[in-house]
Write a protein that binds this ligand. Structure first.
Ligand SMILES: Nc1nc2c(c(=O)[nH]1)N[C@H]1C(S)=C(S)[C@@H](COP(=O)(O)OP(=O)(O)OC[C@H]3O[C@@H](n4cnc5c(=O)[nH]c(N)nc54)[C@H](O)[C@@H]3O)O[C@H]1N2
Ligand SMILES: Nc1nc2c(c(=O)[nH]1)N[C@H]1C(S)=C(S)[C@@H](COP(=O)(O)OP(=O)(O)OC[C@H]3O[C@@H](n4cnc5c(=O)[nH]c(N)nc54)[C@H](O)[C@@H]3O)O[C@H]1N2
Ligand code: SF4
Ligand SMILES: [Mo]
Length: 678
């Protein structure tokens, strides 16, 4: 804490990762931007400012336990809670244990979970909510560049000629980046902002051009653009030859359809698509931003790669001509990926399948050889199936609320309620998932714990406490260490997060995400420098970037069928467990809603405010109607509202390479509700 009673920390919400300065006084907690931070330059949005009013709302204050899900909870001491959990872990074979983590945990916390599970317990059955969020981007980065890690830099916004945003609504989801984009436009009105999204979002409204493509046709669009760039002789053949592999096969696939046919299948105009071809064919600096519209799809990896191909094909992987820059969703999903919290990862962007990687970690953790399993763990949606098959018997959930955020709520509910599953939930409030638990471990929350986080542009900063942990709760770090020690493991004698970071940071030495020489106390560091791969040496074995052929797809809707896109609201955070207690953040977002084109609603006899019923083979959901502008045949509804859990209608369909679920393309029917259920 600084002398003037202000604490420098980081925002707990989106992956923009704004650096904040928090002042505590008799008047309460006041959140401001930290102007000294080079990444976010002192800017911040209303979410952390408003959240400061509700930090203590609805907090859990003691561990709760019940041996059977049908019993009421009983308050227990921490000693008993840890004993119960340790007994459960010891009583089960390792294959029956599963751990589900979060991109909202701090780096030190995710590292400790990784060390405990993959190292000491010898299981890779660990996954994080990044599986629902960034997994496709992770796989695509590895395939194209040889390693995970976003390529770009926020400062690339400040001198871009074109900012091309696909499948991302930063006006709502990354507001400070959006503000920076609009500032660039204001100071240089020639800057072109172009948005590719089936919905005319606030980002699209504030852009120069909106391409309202049909859901699922991204691969078709990117292939069409690549083919046309080649036909017009505007690919950078010199760069392709010097720095990449795989272009020919990729091009063959791209040239399969005529430009005009492909663009028509995407539901776009030839004029708008030609504008993109001309821009990519010019020398302009193009910054490509994307997020869940590309990641959360059955072909999520291919969408990512198709987008990246356009930048590689035109030599855009540098400060001058621009680059592709994947936006990260959660505040520390980048940190979680760096410590290897997904089911195949190990710290320092290592992989459980690689013998040297396992050996380095075993050595660092003082474990004997072959302790770490070489088998990739199962991912979270498969874990749900394994619970239903009675194969997984203990699930420890930390800092995520899967009941509302995994696909197929009915299936998830059945799994979490399974009588043979011992469900442990580590949360600061009684989430919908915690309500189904056997054991609830009350955690500290933002403002009460210390550690570090990495934001979307690879910038690491410290997160500091500015208020005490409420009595009865414990920091996530202490919980993991206490359980590990009670299991008899020796490597968890940490008292301070700095000790954990010091241990972890040595595992990044000589890796792409090297942060091994950084001082913890003043941690403020962008690993990899401003941009990755500007020396044109990629992290692949051949050191060349890789093109990957993309199979084009487009959308076929059956009669009376709509595509239901799901996503965020502007003011709320996911399942609203914390932001839902702030009246200012609930304003206009008190209720979930269904966004539909006015004409398509009218055709079905519905007006704004009417209740519509959405249904498919999985169930039905009632929602009040709002009018918007979307590609024909598309609907939008926000996820996270417990009173209308939209994932009830979202089937478990995963990308075959990333196992990320297609959360943006459920097929539904819509009708006016017979009875008003609102
Ligand atoms: N206010 C707020 N901000 C947040 C969050 C929050 O909960 N609330 N969550 C954070 C997290 S974890 C994440 S991951 C990010 C997500 O940030 P975003 O990805 O920007 O947000 P989403 O609403 O999930 O979806 C983005 C857009 O993808 C579009 N889309 C859907 N299908 C397609 C398609 O087939 N092709 C294309 N090109 N686009 C498509 C949708 O119409 C939508 O506008 O937001 C972060 N920021
Ligand atoms: N239909 C649909 N579903 C989606 C998405 C979508 O676009 N559409 N997006 C997906 C994406 S991108 C994401 S990231 C996920 C997000 O999904 P979740 O992670 O499941 O949602 P959150 O509400 O962020 O859950 C975080 C939980 O952690 C708790 N918590 C907060 N701080 C702390 C802390 O310091 N310690 C501990 N232990 N707990 C804490 C909160 O109270 C809350 O219960 O949803 C996914 N699901
Ligand atoms: S833009 Fe994101 S990181 Fe920045 S203050 Fe807003 S929610 Fe926090
Ligand atoms: Mo996310």
């Amino acid at each position: 804490m600084k002398a003037n009673n202000s604490t420098d920390t980081g925002c707990p919400f989106c992956g923009t990762g704004c650096a904040l300065s928090v002042e505590c006084s008799d008047k309460g907690v006041r959140v401001k931007g930290d102007k000294s931070n080079p990444s976010t330059l002192g800017d911040l949005c209303f979410k952390p400012i408003q959240m400061a009013k509700a930090l203590d709302a609805n907090r859990l204050a003691t561990p709760l336990y019940r041996s059977r899900k049908t019993d009421p909870f009983r308050e227990i001491s921490w000693e008993e809670a840890i004993c119960v959990l340790v007994d459960q872990i010891k009583s089960l074979p390792t294959e029956a244990l599963y751990f589900y983590l979060s991109g909202q945990l701090l780096t030190e916390e995710s590292y400790l979970f990784t060390k405990l599970t993959k190292g000491y317990l010898g299981t890779n059955n660990v996954d994080a909510n990044s599986r629902l969020c960034m997994a496709s981007a992770v796989v695509a980065h590895k395939m194209a560049f040889g390693s995970d890690g976003a390529v770009g830099n926020y400062a690339d916004i400040d001198d871009a000629d074109v900012i091309l945003i696909s499948g991302s609504n930063p006006a709502w989801a990354h507001p400070i980046l959006h503000r920076r984009i609009l500032a660039r436009k204001k100071s240089h009105p020639d800057t072109q902002i172009i948005v590719i999204d089936p919905i005319r979002t606030e980002t699209a409204e504030k852009a120069d051009l909106w391409l309202g493509l049909r859901s699922g046709s991204d691969t078709m669009l990117y292939n069409a653009l690549l083919g046309e760039l080649y036909r017009r002789g505007t690919c950078d053949l010199d760069f392709i030859d010097r720095c990449s592999e795989g272009f020919e096969l990729t091009l063959t696939e791209a040239l399969k359809l005529s430009f005009s046919d492909a663009i028509a299948l995407c539901g776009l105009s030839l004029k708008d698509a030609s504008t993109l071809v001309e821009l990519f064919g010019s020398d302009k600096k193009i910054l490509g931003l994307w997020c869940q519209g590309l990641n959360q799809a059955v072909d999520g990896v291919m969408r990512n790669l198709g987008f990246i191909n356009l930048f590689l094909a035109t030599g855009r992987i540098n400060a001058k001509k621009g680059l592709p820059f994947s936006l990260t969703g959660q505040p520390n999903a980048m940190g979680g990926r760096e410590v290897g919290y997904l089911s195949n990862g190990l710290p320092g962007y290592r992989d459980v399948r690689n013998p040297q990687d396992r050996e380095v970690c075993e050595h660092h953790w003082n474990l004997s050889s072959n302790t770490i399993s070489s088998e990739v763990g199962i991912t979270i949606t498969d874990a749900v199936e394994e619970i239903l098959r009675n194969e997984i018997r203990l699930l420890w959930v930390a800092c995520t609320n899967p009941l509302l955020t995994l696909p197929d709520v009915e299936k998830t509910t059945r799994a979490l309620n399974h009588p043979d599953l011992f469900l442990v939930v580590q949360d600061c409030v009684l989430s919908e998932t915690a309500a189904l638990a056997n054991l609830i471990l009350p955690s500290a929350a933002w403002g009460e714990k210390e550690g570090s986080m990495t934001n979307s542009e690879r910038f690491i900063k410290r997160v500091r406490a500015f208020k005490p942990i409420p009595e009865g709760a414990k920091s996530d770090m202490s919980i993991v260490c206490d359980v590990a020690k009670a299991l008899g493991f020796s490597g968890f004698d940490f008292t301070e997060p700095s000790e954990v970071y010091h241990e972890y940071q040595m595992l990044t030495k000589s890796r792409l995400c090297d942060q091994s020489t950084q001082e913890y106390e003043s941690l403020s560091y962008q690993w990899g420098g401003e941009r990755l791969y500007t020396d044109e040496v990629f992290a692949t074995t051949s050191h060349k970037a890789q093109f990957h052929p993309i199979v084009s797809s487009s959308l076929h809707l059956n009669k009376d069928e709509f595509v239901l896109i799901t996503g965020r609201t502007k003011q709320q955070w996911h399942t609203m467990t914390r932001t839902g207690h702030v009246p200012e953040l609930l304003k206009n977002e008190e209720e979930p809603y269904l966004l539909i084109n006015e004409s398509e609603a009218n055709e079905r006899g519905m007006r704004e405010g009417d209740i519509a019923v959405l249904s498919n083979e999985l169930g039905s959901i009632h929602l009040p109607i709002r009018f918007g502008t979307l590609a024909v045949g598309h609907l939008f509804a926000p996820f996270g509202y417990p009173q209308a859990p939209i994932n009830t209608l979202v089937p478990t369909q995963n990308d075959p390479l990333s196992f990320q679920s297609a959360l943006k393309s459920a097929r539904v029917q819509i009708a006016p509700a017979k009875e008003v259920r609102w």
